[in-house]
Design a protein around this ligand. Structure first.
Ligand SMILES: NC(=O)c1ccc[n+]([C@@H]2O[C@H](COP(=O)([O-])OP(=O)(O)OC[C@H]3O[C@@H](n4cnc5c(N)ncnc54)[C@H](OP(=O)(O)O)[C@@H]3O)[C@@H](O)[C@H]2O)c1
Length: 334
């Protein structure tokens, strides 16, 4: 009798437990299905955006930049690297170019070469953006009667090599703020009112992939590029309805003088395009995406980088940059 009652109890208990388990299993299955559907949808959207941005423009016809934004473009930091290559891509599409950099001889040479090669008008302004407020009155005066359709805030500086914040000199701190942040603010402040008047224009701010997470040992460089990224995105929301397109370009390493000098990846390779290759991709995203790396291989890195937990990104950055710093210092001693 006692044994039968115990078996009955056990049976009952088992039925109760399996009933509630079924409920939990079903609930977990719903959560799992929801998660899978969300991940699949986000992957599909990412793939579509990547194709729309990096493949479709290459297949279809190019956007007529002159018609859409205007005849003239200003490109800062345009005698070398990305700035020069981007200026050439604009000129290839019939846009007249105003170059701004520090060195007059280099400006003359690049200006002449662009006008002869692409049969567009060119001009240049000599200016050093590390000099605080000094260069802007002259730039404003020089651009006064020009109808600027495109502004490319490309000028930027980097460290000699990745380093700890306290090792950086006061000069580097001020230069980084003036060249990487103030120049984009001031140039935009000079050019944007004219664009708003015409109700058309494009502003491209060259930020960096380092803005996708806080990057130790590139502390102020990364922070200055994050500033540009937020500045661009907020400005786009402010001005899009008035016909202005603002783009934040967030590339990873491009093989230029900047990366050579910093002792970082200097040679062109699968993930490190030349400035020319990068610019030819980046320009086809103008008018299509307000925030992009501008280059599909970098887009893969950015998507992965953004999804990493911050501590892994920071640990990895520290690991790589400590080695880079050590190599650069050893090189300096030799
Ligand atoms: N290279 C990369 O891996 C990479 C990655 C992400 C983002 N970026 C960003 O892309 C932009 C261009 O980089 P880049 O690699 O092409 O640089 P780069 O090869 O070093 O060229 C820099 C250009 O800026 C001019 N310049 C430098 N300091 C200046 C100043 N104080 N005032 C006026 N002009 C100045 C230089 O000409 P002069 O010396 O004749 O003045 C040169 O034309 C930067 O904003 C950088 O942060 C680069």
């Amino acid at each position: 009798m006692v044994t039968m009652a115990a078996v009955d109890h056990f049976h009952l208990l088992y039925r109760e437990i399996s009933r509630s388990c079924n409920f939990y299993i079903e609930a977990l299955a719903v959560v799992g299905a929801w998660y899978t559907i969300r991940k699949c949808m986000s992957l599909a959207v990412d793939t579509y955006s990547m194709l729309r941005l990096h493949v479709i423009p290459k297949l279809g016809g190019e956007i007529d930049l002159v018609k859409r934004y205007g005849k003239w473009a200003v490109v800062t930091g345009s005698t070398d690297g990305v700035g020069k290559a981007y200026a050439e891509e604009l000129a290839k599409r019939g846009v007249n170019i105003i170059l701004i950099s520090r060195n007059k001889e280099k400006l003359e040479a690049v200006s002449k070469s662009i006008s002869e090669t692409y049969k567009v008008e060119t001009d240049f302004i000599v200016a050093d953006f590390s000099k605080g407020r000094e260069p802007y009155p002259a730039i404003k005066e020089a651009l006064k009667d020009r109808e600027i359709g495109i502004l490319v805030n490309n000028v930027g500086m980097f460290y000699s090599y990745p380093d700890y914040f306290t090792n950086l000199s006061e000069d580097i701190l001020w230069d980084m703020i003036n060249v990487n942040i103030a120049s984009a603010n001031m140039m935009t402040h000079i050019v944007l009112p004219g664009m708003l008047e015409k109700k058309k224009g494009a502003i491209v701010n060259v930020s960096s992939g380092s803005c996708c997470q806080p990057t130790p040992m590139l502390t102020i460089y990364g922070a200055s590029k994050t500033y540009l990224d937020y500045f661009s995105r907020a400005l786009h929301h402010e001005c899009a309805s008035k016909g202005i397109f603002v783009q934040s370009l967030t590339p990873f390493v491009i093989s230029t003088k900047m990366t050579t000098l910093s002792g970082m990846a200097a040679k062109r390779s699968f993930f490190f395009p030349s400035a020319e290759e990068y610019a030819s991709h980046a320009i086809s995203t103008l008018g299509l995406s307000t925030r992009t790396t501008g280059y599909w291989k970098h887009a893969i890195k950015f998507t992965l980088g953004e999804r990493l937990p911050e501590w892994i990104w920071a640990w990895f950055s520290l690991y790589i940059f400590r080695i880079t710093r050590k190599e650069a210092l050893t090189h300096e001693v030799k």
